[in-house]
Every structure is written in structure tokens, then in C-alpha cells.
Design a binder for this molecule. Structure first.
Ligand SMILES: *[C@@H]1O[C@H](CO)[C@@H](O)[C@H](O)[C@H]1NC(C)=O
Ligand SMILES: *[C@@H]1O[C@H](CO)[C@@H](O)[C@H](O)[C@H]1NC(C)=O
Ligand SMILES: *[C@@H]1O[C@H](CO)[C@@H](O)[C@H](O)[C@H]1NC(C)=O
Ligand SMILES: *[C@@H]1O[C@H](CO)[C@@H](O)[C@H](O)[C@H]1NC(C)=O
Length: 637
């Protein structure tokens, strides 16, 4: 009979409530069940005839409560974060006491022996309620923990405030946004306190059955102070979460590895040595290098150096004169580079002069008719037809399976068949913004070939060219009530630009309103041509290949900017490497959580082309934390 009453109550309360987080719901349900048990068991000590089994019944009821507490999916906060919180050492000590006692409590409940030993249980109860020689009571530990989390004194910082800095410092190591980490910390504290609360009430009920007292006053007092603390903590966490960052991206890997942690755009705007005589149709040398800002190679005069290097069949842009005569170290055959270094007669060197893998070529300009200098120019080659030039981005949208209530839980760049795609991770949405971890999977990339049938440049993919080589760096977040269900790159103002799909959902039910019309695409439409606050350029200064040297790469871009794919610095790298590189490390919070936005950023350091990388924004659970409890306060004592 007891069981039926409890189930109905739990059901009734769930319906009467507005949206609440999973941990808050567990706490409220637990407190209600304990309230009911308190009433149910009030007269038990009267029924002497059933006395032998009453404590066993009580244990059974509390076992059910504890089973539900332990079934709550609890995201562990890595010790790395906790160890750096000054208050945590003190809290942890009391937590250990509570959790140790709880473990004993659980073990005793789990005894297959139906006979309950009154002595054992009395011992448990007394340990919970009273200090012993070497151990504090659970009640005392609970009150210390609560005092440490938030002492309620104005001007004092609470533990969540203290945790915030660590949360920001360890975002990458932990794979959680600061806001997500704070909520996990709140959850951890809630569970510990709830276990203490549960054990205290069990103890009083048990001792009451054993006729050791009434304990109504104690129980009421604990409940009142507990709810006060809960309210205090809720206000504290909500305020800290409101002000904390909810973004997440991947920091530097231990080692940058081509194809594993990054991919490159290849043979794009590569430094190229070409003689003026080959840059015009009539084989003349009447101009100077700088005259040739945009053109094509027209021939190979007298099979000079031009015949000893692969020709540039596309556009030749941005030519300049460095010096007449030089020694050129060509890169090994089949390399993505053309040259490893160039040393000019005047001593200037492009790239790092070292042992050359091939024979060093002397390349000398010459005079024609005494007054025309046929100079070797240093230009850039933009040849999309070069089969070794990977410069494509998929423009196809990738969405989670909303029909099956799946949402995006992660994102990364991948390069498949010369095309850079966005790939998503998806998982089943559950109530309270949770994701079913066992369902999380990377959605296979829908590969296609740029030369495939029906595949069109501009619709299916974007091709970087001298004119169109910008990628917008943005933070795109969804309007409230939406959750991330898709991403894509589009072209706007000639730039590549991120768009994200949001789908409306019901937080309490954990269901997408997947009615087609309920999904919408969002992006930042601002362009660099806008009259009012145009998008600005994130400039790279003397960028070298980012994998050439070691050093910390940090986010250095702001949203609402753009970056242009370009060649590496001529002095440092003979302009042979396209930068920035593309970070392909996954960005996916662990544990997975609902997302409300995505973005693209740039990470770099001085003299490095850096990396463009995705970022994500996690859902703010803090919005659903309750900070007052009118339902619970109208107690049925
Ligand atoms: C316990 O104390 C409360 C409040 O003092 C009282 O109302 C109640 O009747 C007492 N119960 C028992 C069983 O003595
Ligand atoms: C999570 O997914 C697994 C596999 O589909 C399923 O068996 C399990 O019941 C799900 N859990 C929840 C809480 O929905
Ligand atoms: C979500 O679902 C619950 C339960 O069916 C309902 O009471 C609530 O109004 C819904 N919320 C929204 C925002 O639709
Ligand atoms: C679903 O979409 C259809 C067509 O857009 C609309 O007529 C219908 O009312 C929608 N249903 C709900 C429940 O929103």
C-alpha cells in the first residue's frame, strides 16, 4: 500500500511543476517521498505486534529511494578542476565522510538476509546523527559542506564563484564549457547533500520505530534549513552560470599531425618564379615585375628555368622583383611545395637555407638589346586545375536525425576526397537537456567528388580562388527554446560562412518539435561590404607554416570577422604553404549535452598561420534551476 501512495505522489508532483533540471527534480521527489514516509511511519511504534518487521520495511523503502538517487546519471567532474579550488579540500573531507557513510548504508541495505539486525541499524543511525570519537556525524558534515559552498554572508564569495576561474582554465582539458562544468559541480554537491539528508531522515524514522524519541522537531528543522540552503545555492549557481562562458573548442594537441589533428589547403597561391618574358604574349621585357598583378604564363622562352619546373597553368598574381640572380633549391618531386629555399645574389634568402635534396639551380635574369632587363619575378600561382591543389569546401548541410529525436552533440572539420566537410556528432535528446550517452555517434560524411555527376561548384562545394578565399569567423547562437540540429557552410558576399540549424524542443519532455517548420537556419549575414559596422578582416602577420615550430596557439580572433586563406610568408617559407591550416580535432562536450550554438574561430601565435577551428556553445541548465520551493514548504507534518 505504501508503494502505491508514493508512486502516485511522484507522478502528481511531476505534472504540477514547471520545467526543472534533472537533479532538482530528483531532490524534490526525494524530499517528498521522505515527507510521506515520515507520515506513514509515524504510528508504527504503536503497532507492537508487527514490530519485528517494521524496521525491515523502512529499510526497503529507503533502499528504493537510494536506488533512484544512485540511478541518477552523474557527470563526474575531473579532479584536475576540483584540486585547484581552494575550498574543495575542506569540502572533500566532509564529502568523503558523507559518501563513506552512504556506502555503508547501501551495503547494509543490499544484504540478502531479510532479517535486519537492530543493533547494526541503530549503529548506522547513531553514526549519522552523532559525532563519534574519530568521526563527525553526517549531520555535522552536511552543515559544514553547506557552509563552505555558500555561507550566505554578503561580500563572501561562494564556491561556484571560486570554481569559475578553474572552469575557464581547464575548459580544453576537461572538454566541458565553463558553464557546463559549474552545473556539474552543482549537481555533485546536490547529490552529496541529498544523500546526507536521506540518511538523517532514515535514522530518525528508525529510532522512532525503536521508541527512542519523536524527532519531529529535528526533522522539520533540518528540512527548513536544507531548503534555505538549496535556495541560496540555487541563486548562487544561477548567477554564476548566467555570467559564465558556455563555449568550448579544442586546444593544441600534444603534437600537430597532418591528417590527424589538422588538414591543409594545398598548392593555393604558391610562390612561383617566372621570368617577365613569359608573362606577356609577345615575349618582351618592357615592363617590370610589379606590372604583372594578374595574368597568365604565356610561354617558356628558350626552355630556360621555366622548363625545369612544373608550369603554373592558372592565374599568376602579385608579382614583384626581388633580385636578378639567384640559386633555387627546388622541393623534392611530388612535394606540395615548389621550392625549399631561394638565395639571391644580394644575400637575401627566402625560406631556410639548408642542405638541398635536389641539385641547386642557378637562375639568372638577362639583358636584351642592352636596355631591356628580362627579370625573374617572384609571383603567386593560383591554379585550381592542378590535381594536387585541395581547396574545396562542401556547401551541403549536415543535420541530425530530428525524426528520431537526435540532436547535434559535437562537430569537427574533416577532409574527404580533397573536400573539407563539417561533420557532426549526434545523440538522442532526453528530458532536462540530457543526451543519452550510449546513442552518441559521428554521422558519416556524405562524400562526393568535385567532378561527380550533378555536382556543381557554388552549389555543392566552394572553390577557393584568389578572389574568393575568405572564411567568416563567427559565433552563431540560437534563439531561446531552440537546440542545435544541423550545420552547414554557405557563401555570402563571396565568403564561406557558417550557418546553423535550430529546432524547437520541450525541455521537460526532451522532445524535438520536429514538424519541419520547427527547424530554422541561423547565421551572421554581415559582410565586409556592409555600410554600418562591416565585417572586419582578421589579418595574419608574416605567417609561417603553423606546424614548423612549437608554441602555444591561442584563440586570437573575434567574432564577426573573416580570415583569408593565403600563402605563408615569402621570407620565412618562400610562400609555399597555404595558411591557416584547418584544425580537425573534434569538439564535443564530455559528457554530451544539448547545444545552442556553433562558431568558427582562429587560433594562432605570432609568425604562424595558425588554425581555423570549430567551437560550440552548450545549453544553459541554470535557467531551469529552481530557487524557491513553495510546493515543498507546505509540508505535511
Ligand atoms: C511528536 O511530536 C509532535 C510535535 O511535538 C506531536 O504533534 C506528535 O504527536 C508526536 N508524536 C508522537 C508519536 O509522539
Ligand atoms: C539510451 O539508449 C539505449 C540504447 O538505445 C537504450 O537502451 C536506453 O534505454 C536509453 N536510455 C534512456 C535513459 O533513454
Ligand atoms: C512541455 O511539455 C510539458 C509536458 O507535456 C508541458 O506541460 C509543457 O507546457 C511543455 N512546454 C512547452 C514550452 O511546450
Ligand atoms: C505541422 O506542420 C504543418 C505544415 O506546416 C501544419 O499544418 C501543422 O499544423 C503543424 N503541426 C503542428 C502540431 O504544429
Amino acid at each position: 500500500m505504501l508503494l502505491v501512495i508514493l508512486t502516485l505522489t511522484a507522478l502528481g508532483s511531476a505534472l504540477s511543476q514547471k520545467s526543472t533540471t534533472g537533479i532538482d527534480k530528483l531532490r524534490d521527489d526525494t524530499i517528498r517521498r521522505i515527507d510521506h514516509l515520515w507520515m506513514e511511519t509515524a504510528g508504527w511504534q504503536m503497532f507492537a505486534k508487527k514490530k519485528s518487521g517494521l524496521d525491515a520495511d523502512l529499510v526497503t523503502e529507503f533502499k528504493k529511494i537510494c536506488d533512484d538517487i544512485d540511478a541518477f546519471h552523474h557527470p563526474e567532474l575531473p579532479s584536475m578542476v576540483l584540486d585547484h579550488m581552494w575550498a574543495y579540500g575542506l569540502i572533500a573531507e566532509e564529502e568523503d565522510n558523507i559518501l563513506g557513510s552512504y556506502a555503508t548504508f547501501r551495503k547494509a541495505q543490499a544484504r540478502p538476509d531479510p532479517v535486519i539486525f537492530a543493533d547494526l541499524w541503530r549503529q548506522v543511525a547513531n553514526g549519522v546523527l552523532h559525532d563519534r570519537i574519530n568521526r563527525r556525524s553526517i549531520l555535522k558534515s552536511l552543515s559544514i559542506v553547506q557552509e563552505m559552498i555558500d555561507d550566505g554572508i554578503e561580500g563572501h564569495k561562494n564556491t561556484f564563484d571560486n570554481a569559475l576561474k578553474n572552469a575557464e582554465d581547464f575548459t580544453c582539458d576537461v572538454n566541458q564549457s565553463p558553464q557546463q562544468m559549474l552545473f556539474n559541480l552543482y549537481t555533485t554537491f546536490q547529490l552529496t547533500q541529498l544523500k546526507a539528508y536521506t540518511m538523517a531522515h532514515f535514522s530518525w524514522m528508525l529510532l522512532r520505530i525503536y521508541n527512542q524519541g519523536n524527532f519531529t522537531v529535528e526533522s522539520e528543522r533540518l528540512k527548513t534549513s536544507y531548503l534555505q540552503r538549496m535556495s541560496q545555492q540555487a541563486l548562487a549557481i544561477k548567477s554564476v552560470m548566467r555570467d559564465s562562458k558556455n563555449d568550448l573548442w579544442a586546444c593544441d594537441p600534444k603534437q600537430h599531425v597532418d591528417g590527424e589533428t589538422f588538414v591543409k589547403i594545398t598548392k593555393f597561391l604558391q610562390g612561383y618564379i617566372v621570368n617577365e618574358v613569359d608573362l606577356n604574349g609577345d615575349n618582351t621585357c618592357r615592363e617590370n615585375c610589379a606590372f604583372y598583378t594578374y595574368g597568365k604564363q604565356q610561354g617558356c622562352f628558350k626552355d630556360q628555368f621555366c622548363a625545369r619546373q612544373p608550369p603554373c597553368r592558372g592565374s599568376i598574381v602579385g608579382c614583384k622583383f626581388v633580385d636578378s640572380d639567384m640559386h633555387v633549391c627546388q622541393a623534392p618531386h611530388f612535394s606540395e611545395r615548389r621550392y625549399d629555399w631561394i638565395e639571391y645574389e644580394n644575400g637575401r634568402t627566402l625560406g631556410q637555407r639548408k642542405q638541398c635534396n635536389r641539385a641547386v639551380q642557378p637562375v639568372d635574369s638577362w639583358w636584351r638589346y642592352l636596355f631591356w632587363h628580362c627579370s625573374y619575378c617572384f609571383c603567386f600561382c593560383d591554379d585550381p586545375k592542378d590535381g594536387g591543389s585541395d581547396r574545396y569546401f562542401s556547401l551541403r548541410s549536415v543535420t541530425s536525425d530530428t525524426a528520431k529525436n537526435k540532436v547535434v552533440t559535437g562537430m569537427r572539420f574533416v577532409k574527404k576526397g580533397r573536400i573539407v566537410h563539417l561533420q557532426i556528432q549526434q545523440g538522442d535528446l532526453l528530458p532536462h537537456g540530457d543526451i543519452n550517452e550510449t546513442t552518441v555517434e559521428w554521422v558519416p560524411v556524405q562524400e562526393f567528388d568535385i567532378n561527380g555527376e550533378g555536382v556543381e561548384v557554388g552549389r555543392d562545394y566552394h572553390m577557393l580562388t584568389w578572389e574568393h578565399r575568405a572564411l567568416d569567423l563567427d559565433d552563431v547562437t540560437l534563439p531561446s527554446g531552440h537546440i542545435l540540429t544541423g550545420v552547414k557552410l554557405r557563401r555570402i558576399g563571396g565568403h564561406l560562412n557558417l550557418e546553423i540549424q535550430g529546432t524547437q524542443f520541450n525541455y521537460t519532455k526532451g522532445l524535438l518539435k520536429h514538424n519541419g517548420t520547427r527547424s530554422q537556419w541561423f547565421g551572421n549575414d554581415n559582410t565586409d561590404g556592409a555600410l554600418d559596422q562591416p565585417r572586419t578582416m582578421h589579418k595574419l602577420k608574416n605567417p609561417d607554416a603553423p606546424d614548423k615550430s612549437n608554441g602555444l596557439n591561442e584563440v586570437d580572433s573575434r567574432p564577426d570577422t573573416f580570415i583569408e586563406f593565403t600563402s605563408s610568408d615569402a621570407e620565412l617559407d618562400v610562400a609555399q604553404t597555404a595558411v591557416p591550416f584547418i584544425d580537425i580535432q573534434p569538439v564535443a562536450p564530455k559528457p554530451p549535452t544539448a547545444l545552442v550554438g556553433a562558431g568558427i574561430l582562429h587560433k594562432g601565435r605570432p609568425y604562424s598561420g595558425g588554425y581555423v577551428a570549430p567551437k560550440l556553445f552548450t545549453y544553459n541548465q541554470g535557467e531551469h534551476v529552481h530557487d524557491h520551493f513553495p510546493d515543498l514548504n507546505e509540508a505535511e507534518f
